[in-house]
Design a protein around this ligand. Sequence first.
Ligand SMILES: [Zn+2]
Length: 350
Amino acid sequence: MPAPQPLAPNTPQRFYSGGRRILAFRGLEPTADFDDHRPEDWLGSTTRLFAEDGTGLTVLADGRTLAATLETSADEWLGPMHRNAYGDDSGLLVKLLDAAERLPVHTHPDRDFAKKHLDSAHGKTEAWLILEADPGAVVWLGFREDIDHGTLSELVDAQDQRLLALLNEIPVQRGDALLVPAGQPHAIGAGVFLVELQEPTDFSVMLDHAAFGLDPDHAYLGLPRDLALSSVTQTALREADLAALHTRWDDGSAPVRSGLADRATPYFRADVFDGRPGEAVGDAGFSVLVVVEGQGRLRTAAGDQIPLQQGQTLLTPYSSGDLFLTGDVTVLRCRPGLEDSPNTQMEAGS
Ligand SMILES: [Zn+2]
């Protein structure tokens, strides 16, 4: 039976700079040849980079990739219910992300677009749980006003600062959480360190690519430019819509609580566990644990006992059964979504 296992850093080289906060969070020192282009740590990954060097897969302690392991042991790792619904697809990618510079304005296609044009069941809805933010740090999400295709096309041709200026600018600090629906243009500002949950793909339409040295084929997913741009949500994300996507993960309201807006549930779940004041319990299931603060202990129904401290990341299999957490510790538990959650049915019916 598989047991929970620590995840070693898995930091593919990226086109933008960052990564020192990932090392600091994990209690590691940069090596002498650290290249400052390791801004993402891919956790529980069955996904490869779309371009660049195609790396990104999580390798487990026995030397096999998680992807290969799920092909042969999906029942133990994912559980029969998940497997019946999704086969050996984990449905989840988690990253630590340390933006030392602003990321390009980009969007991700939704599931319908991905099925039709990219041969994938997943698009990429994502979410950010902010762990650290420099004073004054911001992120950008959604257009402030509706935009038409002609204007979008012109701004993408221009490759200047006007596009960014059309987005909602959102100041962030530790404890903020934002759901980023597929299609919505967005960018993470410099000085933000976060945990990112996403559908397990690396499909990005890079609206803002020239300054980052990205070639147009990469920027448009190998698709005709106008087709790629048609995946962008051109209607405004207004204040009330934005408020519904913006939650707090560290409000301390209960020892186990959801860190994200309910609308995230069909894509992924982010449960926040507080060891205080007693023992917090989670049900059996595949998950990526990120110890965001403090020290404590994880016990599983299968009998595993694992000491925890800030910066650790672990993969838990379904076969470990219920999880129990004690100590002065806060753990973020990232899980795959639930397609037919009661919340989804409510939304569909409303
Ligand atoms: Zn994104």
